[in-house]
Design a protein around this ligand. Structure first.
Ligand code: BTX
Length: 327
């Protein structure tokens, strides 16, 4: 933790009371001039600090950022998010997380950025990641499971994010198999799960989470304006991003642990109660074929069962799903 971070956390912990510049200088063993320089730099990050003669500095307002300083006081987890690597801008948190995981980053490490310049979707598609308006994060987990069970973490994550959004906003999102969260039919969240494993052992799973939070419609690239939405667009209010991050991590830990301990059955029930896919007529586009039919349900392994018009039932492991309406 740097000197600047120490000064900031002292100001935050003072809860509106003045903090003496001399006291800060004494405690941190640096000059008053250095304190002043750090305060200027904190102000450049969007914090508003008032200086009161003979009394000291008061923190007047905090910008909406997803810094560790803002997330940690709201975080109620044992391991997830206890180690946060924060960026104001980066190419993709998923790429940084993959490197860190290879270098041995611990279970629960989070890479989070205010902005991504090359955010990734599945199959090398791009993910629109406007600065300071969304949650763009990757969570490194190291569960003790074999690789064939890793894909289900996408469904575990969807349930966790869904629950967190409901709790913070009162909106009721729905999960579209396997990895989209929709509100009023538009995409508010994408999940990208990547695996580092050998044949029979998982080294790490990297869960990439993108949530559109405070964007206006015009913030989205024109090409996705008709399919994307943000929490603010849906409920008309700004959402506290760091609180939502903390809640997502809380439920991801809770449901991740539940999955590792009890298997997929309890997650399946939660997933089913929030999904908008089952019972619908859908089109599933896969790498080599496109199928149409009625989504019957998910199996105990999270595979989507599709009844084709011929009556044949097919298990879908991975696809892009287009909802065609009721069956
Ligand atoms: P996906 O392949 O299911 O969805 C990508 C598609 O979604 C795009 O082709 C586009 O049509 C649409 N899209 C792009 N950006 C947005 C957006 N902001 N909102 C709604 N729709 C959009 C989903 O892939 C997985 C996305 C994971 C993103 C996270 S962010 C943190 C981490 N880092 C990173 O680079 N990716 C993950």
């Amino acid at each position: 933790i740097s000197i600047k971070e120490k000064i900031l956390s002292t100001l935050i912990n003072a809860k509106g009371e003045p903090v003496s510049g001399q006291k800060l200088a004494d405690e941190l063993h640096i000059s008053r001039t250095m304190i002043w320089k750090h305060l200027k730099s904190i102000e450049e990050d969007g914090y508003v600090i008032e200086a009161i003669k003979k009394k000291g500095y008061i923190l007047q307002s905090i910008p909406d950022l997803v810094t560790p300083e803002q997330i940690l006081p709201k975080l109620n987890t044992k391991q997830l998010g206890r180690n946060i690597d924060y960026y104001t801008s980066c190419t993709s948190t998923q790429i940084i997380a993959a490197d860190k995981a290879r270098q041995g980053a611990s279970h629960g490490t989070v890479i989070i950025s205010e902005e991504q310049t090359a955010g990734k979707g599945r199959l090398e598609r791009s993910w629109d990641s406007t600065a300071n308006k969304g949650i763009w994060m990757s969570v490194i987990i190291r569960p003790n499971i074999s690789p064939e069970f890793a894909a289900q973490f996408t469904l575990v994550s969807a349930v966790a994010i869904n629950q967190a959004i409901q709790e913070v906003t009162n909106l009721t999102p729905q999960i579209k198999w396997p990895n989209d969260i929709l509100i009023n039919g538009k995409k508010v969240t994408g999940i990208l799960t990547e695996l580092q494993a050998d044949m029979d052992i998982v080294h790490s799973i990297i869960i990439g989470i993108g949530v559109n939070v405070n964007q206006e419609l015009s913030a989205f690239d024109e090409s996705i304006q008709n399919i994307a939405t943000s929490l603010k667009m849906e409920n008309g209010e700004e959402v506290d991003r760091s609180l939502l991050v903390a809640k997502i991590l809380y439920y991801l830990e809770k449901y991740g642990d539940l999955y590792v301990e009890k298997g997929f059955e309890p997650i399946k029930i939660l997933w089913e109660s929030h999904n908008c896919t089952i019972g619908k007529r859908i089109r599933a586009t896969m790498l080599r074929e496109t199928l149409e039919g009625v989504a019957l349900g998910i199996t105990k392994d999270g595979v989507l069962e599709l009844r084709l018009d011929s009556g044949e039932i097919r298990g879908i492991y991975s696809a892009d799903i287009h909802l065609l309406g009721r069956s």
